[in-house]
Design a binder for this molecule. Sequence first.
Ligand code: SAM
Ligand code: DTB
Ligand code: SF4
Length: 326
Amino acid sequence: MVRTDWTREEVAQIYNKPLIDLVFEAGRIHRENFNGNEVQMSTLLSIKTGGCPEDCAYCPQAARYNTGVKGTPLLNEEEILMSALAAKANGSSRFCMGAAWREVKDNRHFDQVVSLVKTITDMDMEVCCTLGMLNEHQAQRLKEAGLYAYNHNLDTSPEYYEHIITTRTYDDRLKTLENVRNAGISVCCGGIVGMGEQETDRIGLLQTLATLPRHPESVPINALVSVKGTPLGEQEKLPFWDMLRCIATARIIMPRSMVRLSAGRAEMSLSEQFLCFLAGANSIFAGEKLLTTPNPEFNSDKAMFELFGLKNMPAFASCEKEQVEA
Ligand code: SAM
Ligand code: DTB
Ligand code: SF4
């Protein structure tokens, strides 16, 4: 059963179960709802890098920190299409375009993104964008162009949020999510762990996600990639076991959502990733770069899939589609 009325106490109880029971339970629920052998490969492309006016403490693309990230203007159409073609050829069924924008503006850059969404959707891929805040009208334009999903993260618990970002509020984020939802676009929304938050904040984030009016169809769980020059540049790494608890808890409380093992994989061993898949993670980002930071090489992920007996999930195969349309 899919519930949207989880209390913090209930989520805490799940999160704090003996780890072996937690992972087993998550794996069971995962297999009741998904093919346990299938993992989706998605490709990310930063179509506009760096120079962002926001102050997200984790982000190498914020203009105010000195992180060595080389800013680019919006990539041209051909570069983006080549990258989408290559992603498809390498087995990705989802292509996500990210821009270091605070919000979408109604200008020619947005027109270009809308036109790309159309072209890449026609290539039979799930197209996702993450462009910052969106208003209702912009969400509708993206929907009309065929956009399948929009990524906009809550990042952390409502209480910890102000320690991480001050240039926009939690409510701003919820409003964008509502605009995306109302336009009939699949919602991709998760957060980051390992930013110095308490366990109660990780529980708070998961509970907030699971009590949105409808669960996000896709829930990326990112482990902070600590980047020198950002306020979190010296942040100590969160023990893997806490990341695993987050993935397993997400799987249990949002049983029909895709749980994405997102940033932080480059610092995980194969055995750690194996545990994440057992605990219900069923998607990864493929390709040697996320937006600006390293990700495992394509060939090593291919070898990992073979070793674990995993298959690529084809496009539009998850229960995501039926959820959006329900
Ligand atoms: N600018 C847009 C926005 O903030 O919505 C879209 C791109 S932004 C880079 C997308 C997401 O990437 C952020 O919400 C955050 O959750 C994640 N992210 C950014 N930097 C990260 C880092 N160093 N480690 C882990 N996740 C990160
Ligand atoms: C998400 O939750 N994780 C991805 C995607 N959404 C856009 C981004 C991770 C970015 C990690 C830092 C970087 O590479 O710049
Ligand atoms: Fe800008 Fe997005 Fe990075 Fe925040 S996370 S600084 S909004 S690119």
